[in-house]
Design a protein around this ligand. Structure first.
Ligand code: MN
Length: 234
């Protein structure tokens, strides 16, 4: 069984690393073993923890500190947790060194873009002019908009469809694309909804949350099944 390391969220009230359970169940449904990484600023600890895993899953969560992509924090930006930004930047680079497969979800996709020098919309509605509602926190397990999958991408190969209905609970998104990255799915309003590397590196990034819907919509489970296969091939 493949071991999948999950980046943790931080619960300020309880001073506790935590992660929504569906990240774990989605991994287990596809035959993997999830474990939540420690909240640490030690590279040695992060490196050793990743050595115990076959793949890295960068999970969703709070907003990324805008100074990491060279911007002032605007009033429309949400809460941030700088220690998590530092941890995930470290994890991402350590994973690349080892050519570990990466699945990056929501904030995870945004983190990958920032690590590669890209920028974010601090708030889609405020900055992009889009009228499509992406922060549908009222419907985490419903598909609320479609995405168009770009032909010839890893995502297209994994899912085998050109259009996919997705859930959407994000108010930020990728704006300027980082180095070596390409968009592999678009929302109807032109917001990037999936991303991968231009080369054949085993990484998928989704702006939506497949872990919330993979039990209800089997196509989304293929993303986790791909992650398991990518572990065996790495
Ligand atoms: Mn969306």
């Amino acid at each position: 069984m493949q071991v999948i390391a999950l980046s943790p969220n931080w619960n300020e009230k309880d001073q506790a690393p935590c992660i929504p359970y569906e990240y774990e169940t989605a991994v287990m449904h596809s035959g993997g073993v999830p474990f939540v990484l420690p909240m640490t600023d030690s590279k040695a600890v992060a490196r050793r923890a990743l050595e115990a895993a076959d793949a890295l899953l960068l999970s969703g969560g709070v907003d990324i500190v805008p100074s990491l992509y060279g911007e002032e924090t605007l009033p429309c930006c949400g809460i941030q947790y700088p220690q998590r930004d530092k941890l995930e930047e470290m994890l991402f680079h350590l994973a690349l060194e080892r050519r570990m497969p990466i699945l990056a979800i929501c904030r995870g996709m945004q983190m990958v873009n920032v690590c590669q020098g890209g920028t974010l919309y601090q708030d889609i509605a405020e900055q992009s002019g889009s009228t499509l509602s992406h922060p549908r926190h009222d419907a985490p397990r419903d598909c609320v908009h479609d995405v168009s999958i770009v032909p010839g991408t890893l995502l297209r190969q994994v899912l085998g469809v050109d259009t996919l209905p997705v859930n959407s609970r994000h108010h930020q998104a990728v704006w300027k694309l980082g180095k070596g990255l390409k968009v592999s799915a678009w929302a109807p309003d032109g917001i990037p909804e999936a991303m991968e590397f231009e080369d054949d590196y085993p990484m998928l990034c989704t702006q939506w949350h497949p872990e919330n819907i993979e039990d209800k919509y089997p196509l989304h489970r293929r993303i986790f099944e791909w992650l398991m296969r990518a572990c065996s091939q790495a």
